[in-house]
Design a protein around this ligand. Structure first.
Ligand SMILES: [Zn+2]
Ligand SMILES: [Zn+2]
Length: 175
């Protein structure tokens, strides 16, 4: 497989007990469907206070126009990937294959997703009721708007992906 950004051949390495594909050219990472869930749940990596602060401070909703204009192709099926703001407002914009093959992370984005997930996880335990209300509302509206492709995509990403994608669809329906 080649890097969707700089076309360098991707290498493999073990990260958080997952064999990930990474690019020595630009530092990006490709994760097959389902791998992101294993990585965020493992939480083996420790992040510095500075990394955590920087990630949380960069939180921002929406997709910048530059991300919509530059379309990267899935390294597996070559179809154009869709930009997705991880967890709706993390400010980390990932490229997702709508055929469900996986997700592309530019350099540093995977670590930022891990930080964002860990912080979200902690907060959601603190505010469990309001969060589940939000997800339920998102799921309900996603269900109303879903297509076969949406369904297949969510199924491949597993429960974490389901929550993410429900919010993505919900956000789109509000624009
Ligand atoms: Zn690259
Ligand atoms: Zn694909």
């Amino acid at each position: 497989m080649n890097c969707p950004r700089c076309k360098t051949t991707l290498n493999q390495k073990n990260y958080e007990k997952v064999m990930i594909d990474y690019c020595t050219g630009c530092g990006g990472v490709w994760l097959d469907a389902g791998e992101i869930q294993t990585i965020v749940e493992n939480q083996g990596e420790a992040f510095s206070k500075a990394q955590i602060t920087a990630t949380l401070q960069a939180a921002k909703a929406g997709i910048p126009p530059s991300e919509i204009e530059s379309v990267e192709n899935c390294p597996k099926c070559s179809s154009g990937m869709t930009p997705m703001n991880y967890n709706y407002s993390s400010g980390i914009v990932l490229d997702v294959c709508q055929q469900g093959h996986g997700i592309w992370f530019d350099q540093g984005e995977l670590e930022r997703v891990q930080i964002s997930f860990e912080s979200w996880n902690k907060r959601s335990q603190e505010m469990r009721s309001s969060w589940s209300e939000l997800v339920q509302q998102g799921m309900h509206e996603a269900h109303a708007a879903e297509t076969t492709a949406d369904l297949r995509f969510r199924k491949n990403l597993g429960p974490v992906g389901t929550a993410i994608d429900a919010l993505l669809v919900w956000m789109k329906s509000r624009r």
